[in-house]
Design a protein around this ligand. Structure first.
Ligand SMILES: Nc1ncnc2c1ncn2[C@@H]1O[C@H](COP(=O)(O)OP(=O)(O)O)[C@@H](O)[C@H]1O
Ligand SMILES: [Mg+2]
Length: 259
């Protein structure tokens, strides 16, 4: 029974094994709906994203991409539907549990870096780990290591207004990575960058996935970036267009994409 499949909202899903090991996708959305007043922005999104996948979400302005990413990242609540991340149903969590889960499992990169101007690069990177209760000394060492990995060793003690756009965005990526999240959610991360910095940031996402095995969900207008991701999900009018998604090889031998 544990290896059998059940079908929910038309999407086939593996059940957890008897040992409780989640064998489903890293992110599983089922019939997510969201309205702002009388405007229904998400009209029932079903989506599976596998562990280690780099997925892009594209679609016209107003399609609901940011809303979907915010809901996937537990920063906003859906009106209906379920969200399972790494086997945990986040729609059933209370605010405190949710904040802890978000801090430990999810990293965010926004279009505009959203670094705190009065703190240095290394201090900005440290913040999510300090919130998570880790010791300052260990966190500082890790933040410096991450900044070095991202080619920013000589920018550690600079404040955001002393950094270029590309550097700020890399600091934001380091901040997203500090707690070793399993999922990185990025909303137009290269939207404010020039061509060279854009290419470097995109390469960084793939390098990170290869080195650390993280799952990336990237909302983008950038067709070149979308074309290089494992799968592109098209959104329009609050729905995904599954018939237009482009699954590559299954993530595990014998695995199967359903969407
Ligand atoms: N907080 C909000 N309050 C009211 N309307 C919103 C809010 N956030 C988004 N919207 C509306 O929802 C629709 C989808 O927005 P959004 O998810 O930002 O789209 P996208 O990122 O695809 O451009 C838009 O019509 C937008 O104006
Ligand atoms: Mg948006």
């Amino acid at each position: 029974m544990d290896k059998e499949q059940y079908t929910d909202c038309g999407v086939t899903t593996p059940l957890p094994t008897k040992e409780g090991q989640w064998e489903g996708p890293m992110i599983q959305l089922r019939h997510i709906t969201k309205s702002f007043g009388s405007l229904q922005v998400l009209k029932g999104i079903d989506l599976d994203i596998e562990k280690g996948e780099v997925v892009s979400i594209v679609g016209p302005s107003g399609a609901g991409k940011t809303t979907l990413l915010q809901i996937m990242g537990t920063l906003d609540a859906a009106d209906g539907g379920s969200i399972v991340i790494d086997g945990k149903d986040v729609t059933k969590m209370g605010q405190k549990e949710l904040a802890k889960f978000r801090n430990q499992h999810l990293g965010f990169v926004f279009q505009f870096h959203q670094l705190l101007p009065e703190f240095t690069a290394v201090e900005n990177v440290m913040i999510p780990a300090l919130i998570g209760g880790q010791s300052k000394k260990a966190v500082k060492a890790k933040a410096e290591e991450l900044l070095a990995f991202l080619g920013l060793s000589d920018r550690v003690n600079h404040k955001p207004n002393e950094l270029s756009g590309g550097e700020k965005q890399r600091v934001a990526v380091a901040r997203a990575l500090i707690n070793n999240p399993s999922v990185i959610l990025a909303d137009e991360p290269s939207g404010s960058l020039d061509t060279k910095n854009k290419a470097e940031l995109h390469q960084l996402f793939f390098d990170l996935r290869d080195k650390l095995g993280q799952t990336f969900v990237i909302v983008t207008h950038d067709e070149q970036l979308a074309a290089t991701t494992d799968r592109t999900i098209k959104m329009q009018d609050g729905l995904t267009l599954p018939q237009l998604t482009l699954p590559l090889a299954p993530p595990v031998e014998g695995g199967e994409y359903i969407l």
